[in-house]
Every structure is written in C-alpha cells, then in structure tokens.
Design a protein around this ligand. Structure first.
Ligand code: NOJ
Length: 716
C-alpha cells in the first residue's frame, strides 16, 4: 500500500479501532471452544466485537489455522486490516537447532544466519509474520535460567549474532520475499542482569555499564533492520522498562534511532501495578503509552482504558496515532494489505518443514556447538574398546531445549539409538538408568565391570533452564554426582556428556572423568552430532560463549570485568588485601572462549605492523597458528586487548575480533586482523563514545586467558 493510502486508512479509523491495533491476544481467544475463554475474555476486557479489532495474535501456527483465522478476521474487520501473527521461534521452528547458548558456542555467525533463514522459511510457510527473536541480552549469571536463550557474556560476540539472526530472519526484501519473518530484538533493556539471577527480578546496572556492555547488541540488531523491539520485564534506574520514558523515548527511539514497533513483554504493562509505579491499569496504560509502547501483549490496560484516556487527553491521542502508525507500517512492510495470508500455504509448509536439507544444517550447527572441556586421550572413542552407555539422558529425547516451538520429541533420536547406529554392536551396550535424573540411585554397578569405557549422559532436564527456571545450585543433581563417584571407584575410563542449558559448576565433576563434553540442548540432530564428536567423525571446535564458574559464589562472573585497584595477579597469592576470595580462585573454571580439540594448536610470532595507530591509520596484527596434532582441526583465533588508561575504568581485557581457521595436521597459517581506532572507542563519563590516546595491550590466542604480550600507542 502506498504511504498516502496508509495515512488515509489511519484517518478513517475510529478511536476504538486504533486502540484495537495496539492489543495483542493469544491464539486461544479465537478458538472455537468459546466457553473455555469466557474467563480470559473478561480478564482482557474483551468482547466479540473488540476481538475483531485487535491488531495481532501470538502463538498460532499451521498454514491451515492461520489462513482460516485471517479469513474470518478480515470478514469481520470493518476496514479489512489484516492481523499480524507472531510467535516465539527462538532456535528453530520444526527443525530445532541448539539452544542459543549453544549457537553462541559455534563462533560462526554465518551459520547462525543460516539457521535463522531456515526458521523463517518453516514458520512463514505456516503463516507467521513475526518471530520474538533474537534475544540479545548480555548474560553474566548462570543462575538465571534464561542464559540458555542468550548468546553469552560478550558484547562483540552478541553483536555479531544479533546481526546474523536479524539478517537471516528478515532477508533483503521482507515485502517481496515471503519466506522471511520480521525480527523482534529483545528484551530492552538489561533483562540479562537480574539481581541474584532470579527471573523477573529488578536490574541494577550503572548507566556506563549499560551503555558499554549491554546496549551494543540491541543497537546492532536495530541497525541490521529489526522491525520490532520487545520491552523487558525488569527495572532500569528503578523504573520498569515497560513504563520507562527515558529508556524508550530518549535512548531507544532518539539515540538508537529505532523507528519500528515496540511491543511489551507478556503482561508487562499490567505489571506496572504490582511493580508499584502505577496505581491501577489505567495509570499503567498511560505510563506505557507515554513511554512509547505500541503493542500491549496480554494484559488489559490498553484494552480497558486507552479509549477513555485518549478521549480526555490530546497528547495521548497523538501518541496513540504514532503507535498505530508504527503497527500499520509493519503490516505494510510485510505486504499484508496485498497478501494477508503472506507465505501461508499448506503445500509449501509440508515441503519446507523438517526437510532433510534443514536437518543437515541442524546437524552441522549442533556439531559446531559442542565444546570439549576435558580429554585425557580417551576421546575419540576407539571402535574396538568395550563401551557402555548409561546415565539419565542416554535414552532421553529431551534434547531440544526449553524454547523448541514446534519441535517434536518423537522425531528426536536418543543418544542410545544414535550411538548404536555407528558403534560396533559386539562391544556396545546400554544400561538403562533414568532414575538418576529422577532422584533415586539404582545399583547396576556390577554390569559396568565388563566395560573399558563408560559414556555417561548427564545434565539437566529442559524445564531446569529457560523462563522462570532460575537455580541457586548450578551443580549437577546430587544423584548424578553419586553415579560419577561410583563409576570412579570402578577404575574405568569415564566420558561424561553434558546436556544442559547453562554454565554449570563442574568443579566436582572434573576429577571424576576422563573426558567432558558440553553438548547443551543440541536440538533435532543433537544425538547424531554428539555421536559424531564422540567417535571422531567430527573434531570438536566449539568455544564457550560464557564463563563456567568454579563455584556459584563467584557469580556474576565475566572475563571482561572492570580493573580493580587491588588486582589479584600471579605472584601475589600470599597477599591478603587484594580483590580475591579466601577459598577460591578469581578465574573461571573454563574461561570465555575456551574449548579443546582432538588436535593442538600452537600460536607463535605475534607481529604488529606498527607500534602506532591514529584515527586515519589502523594497524595489522598477525599470528602464526599451527596444527601440531595429527588430525585436521578448526580453531577460533581470538584477539583481546586492554586500554591501559581510560577516563573511566576499563575492562581487564576485551574481545575485539576473531576468525576461524582450519588447518591440516602440521599445517601453519598466518592470521591477520585489522585494528582501527573505532575498535578502541568506549562510553565515557558523559556517555559520549570515543577513544583516548595512550597505550593498548594486545594478544591473540585460543581463549580469553591469553596473555596480552604486545602493545601499541593510539596517537591523537
Ligand atoms: C515472555 C518472554 O519473556 C518473551 O521472551 C516471550 O517472547 C513472550 N513471553 C511471548 O511468549
């Protein structure tokens, strides 16, 4: 539709119709079992008439269903304005990829973009228009269950993934390319930093930290063209984000130049009341509209009060028009006025969904997401050693993770079946023991005596991470530790495969195992991917996107912490008055960027093209990376630097770039990175972004524990 026609449409709308556009209902409001929804209808201040004025529906899927609802709705809607269909397609639609934390461990944004393209293709064929993804919240606290939905603790990595997701979902021409979805960057802002790691809790970030670490990934998603942003449940500066005018209007709209649709999170406008910043739903509606929230997801404040509010207040009337304009523009950008069913098509749906081609990508990405934490030589498994598989997740199909939308466990292979397909049947057997996940120990140790190597699948069930799944104890469940202790006594080689949604405290696990494989929730092809890693068909290359702590007491933990006045450095272990713990190291058990391979890489000849850098001239830094083992391997080469003196305290180390390189045994490659002045900029005390002249330390290595052994000067 031409812009003039769209404006004319807005002018033709009644206030009730405009308010309708700002309301989002879940799909069950349109189900045929209307008696089941009388209660919810009342709670949402809905009537049959109002229902056919709402602007969007969440949680619907299936071409047949979306076409039927759109048809019915358009017949009832006076102005024929089509509905928007939205859903949480987070790490796959039917074909489920690893959870985002696992995707983060690939360090491969191109591959992540491909997963987003596949999600969009599958979901658009079912008639969906918007996905509530990517979640780009930076995370430093593994107690928070939603770390599984994040891509980690680093802003650069998060930025690269944010862009990859948005570009993958939206493509280059959202209107014409019906296999694409509009993306929604969430949760603005700072949702990844709840106090104590408790979901929905308040957030206490100083503005400099917010700007320096947390905002960049949202900005990147917006710059990549994301059509929507979702508000966070939490407070920023003690004001809930959903009613925070400064955050939404001054920072998001003005500074960050976001001009799309701002949608509340589920019920978040209504929650301004229990937050204690609004007296009632009416005040909440006023506050949220004033802050610039265009769509209210599943609370009744707009539905109940917006008509009255705007009738009494010209300013609010203008704000309502702005919101409705944003929503109509989104519908127009998706081409819905011309094609209200967009990509929905039952035939295309059948072909698009869960295709072999999609599963092949799911396999590759799952393989690349797996991180080898320990290996004393037991992996890859020897084909002729006597193998036993056990553990609570060995026969489980709970491999998809907490946000696996249309993922079907019945189409998910268990580790037992995947391993049985490749292991020599004479030497491979399985001991069924799911009880270790359920809380009782069982006694089958005698059966294990015949094995050389025991593969034990451990971890969390999918309900133990995700939304509303915070934990204070992030160790393996105690009965799984009991199992490992018993196995240790048998003196067998033990390979532990971990399936879980957060960095765990593995301090007690490490001494009990010979190899430790972090597989996250690996998705549709997860069991096959794990098997390929275990038997060496694929050499592991995943690198942690988030630190694994030594103990829950270190949390929040991040490699790029601020410098302190009393740093704890090597050689100072006997000193007391330092920033340290009496009972633990400061460092992570496995640092950000860490991951082993079946080969080894040697780094040598760190070389800088110049000792100086300026605003006009950057420099090149290079290093030789050599595969010193006997199998081919993929290494992620990481560059870190430190700004020695800043106007505000700077991190002890920051990732500034990375590249992946594949080397054959014995092969050496020189990897070169460009360093420019732009990469040295940061948020200053007045929140301006610039660099400071002076010394920078730099290093290139295999993970964030690298020593920064070279330096250069920025001249201004
Ligand atoms: C609440 C979650 O916080 C958000 O991420 C999700 O998109 C909505 N629910 C919709 O399901």
């Amino acid at each position: 539709m031409k812009i003039d026609a769209l404006k004319a449409l807005l002018n033709e709308m009644t206030t009730e119709e405009k308010v309708g556009q700002t309301i989002q209902l879940s799909a069950d409001f349109f189900s045929d079992q209307s008696e089941d929804i009388t209660g919810p209808m009342n709670e949402m201040a809905m009537t049959e008439e109002k229902k056919y004025q709402v602007g969007s529906v969440l949680g619907i899927s299936g071409a047949k269903e979306t076409i039927a609802l759109q048809k019915r709705y358009m017949e009832e809607n006076r102005l024929n304005i089509p509905l928007l269909f939205m859903a949480d397609i987070i790490h796959g639609d039917h074909t489920i990829f690893p959870i985002p934390l696992g995707l983060g461990a690939t360090w491969n944004p191109d591959l992540i973009k491909q997963t987003a393209q596949i999600s969009a293709k599958e979901a658009s064929a079912q008639g969906l228009h918007v996905t509530f993804s990517p979640m780009v919240d930076l995370v430093r606290d593994p107690r928070w269950g939603r770390v599984m939905e994040a891509t980690g603790e680093d802003k650069l990595l998060n930025k690269r993934y944010a862009r990859a997701f948005v570009e993958g979902y939206q493509g280059e021409d959202l209107k014409e390319d019906l296999t694409k979805l509009a993306a929604c960057v969430k949760h603005f802002a700072g949702y990844g930093a709840p106090r104590g790691g408790r979901d929905y809790n308040s957030v206490d970030l100083n503005e400099n930290t917010l700007r320096e670490h947390y905002l960049p990934a949202y900005q990147e998603g917006i710059d990549a063209g994301a059509k929507l942003v979702m508000t966070a449940f939490n407070t920023i500066d003690n004001i809930p984000a959903t009613g925070n005018k400064r955050l939404m209007r001054d920072i998001l709209r003005e500074e960050m130049a976001f001009d799309g649709v701002l949608i509340s999170d589920w019920g978040a406008i209504g929650e301004l009341v229990p937050h204690g910043v609004a007296e009632d739903n009416k005040a909440a509606a006023k506050q949220a509209l004033t802050a610039g929230v265009d769509i209210e997801m599943m609370s009744a404040a707009y539905s109940e009060h917006l008509v009255d509010l705007v009738n009494q207040d010209e300013t609010l009337k203008t704000l309502l028009d702005e919101s409705v304009w944003n929503i109509l523009k989104l519908k127009n950008d998706l081409g819905l006025f011309e094609q209200p069913y967009r990509g929905a098509n039952e035939t295309t749906e059948k072909e698009a969904v869960f295709s072999n081609e999609n599963k092949q990508v799911a396999l590759t990405v799952a393989e690349q997401s797996i991180v080898l934490l320990e290996n004393n030589g037991v992996l890859p498994l020897k084909k002729d050693s006597k193998l036993i598989l056990t553990g609570p997740l060995s026969q489980s199909t709970d491999l998809l993770g907490a946000w696996s939308w249309k993922g079907n466990r019945e189409q998910t292979t268990t580790l037992e079946d995947a391993m049985a397909a490749v292991a020599n049947p004479d030497v491979f057997s399985v001991i069924d023991d799911r009880t270790f996940l359920e809380g009782q120990n069982s006694f089958f140790m005698d059966d294990l005596r015949t094995a050389d190597t025991v593969v034990v699948a451990l971890g969390e069930s999918s309900e133990m991470s995700g939304e509303a799944a915070s934990r204070t104890n992030i160790k393996l469940p105690e009965n799984q530790l009991v199992l490992l202790r018993e196995l240790k006594k048998l003196n067998k080689k033990v390979v532990a495969v971990l399936i879980n949604g957060r960095p765990l405290d593995l301090s007690e696990v490490v001494p009990l195992v010979d190899a430790l494989v972090e597989a996250w929730f690996p998705g549709t092809m997860g069991a096959e991917a794990i098997t390929n890693i275990l038997f060496g068909k694929v050499n592991p290359s995943g690198k942690l996107p988030m630190s694994f702590p030594r103990s829950v007491g270190q949390i929040p933990l991040t490699y790029n912490e601020d410098s302190t006045g009393r740093p704890m450095t090597e050689g100072k272990r006997s000193e007391k008055y330092l920033s340290r713990y009496l009972d633990a190291e400061n460092t992570a058990l496995y640092p950000f960027g860490f991951g082993r391979s079946y080969t080894t890489f040697e780094y040598a000849n760190l070389t800088l093209s110049s000792q100086k850098i300026s605003e006009d001239d950057g420099l090149q830094v290079s290093v030789d990376v050599k595969n010193t083992g006997d199998v081919k391997g993929l290494e992620t080469v990481q560059v870190y630097l430190r700004d020695k003196v800043g106007e505000v305290v700077r991190p002890v180390k920051e990732l500034v770039d990375f590249k992946q390189v594949e080397c054959a045994p014995g092969e050496s490659k020189t990897i070169t990175f460009e360093i420019t002045e732009e990469q040295l900029r940061y948020s200053h005390a007045d929140h301006s972004v610039s660099s400071d002249a002076g010394t920078f330390l730099i290093g290139i290595g295999t993970d964030s524990s690298v020593t920064l052994s070279a330096s250069f000067e920025l001249e201004k």
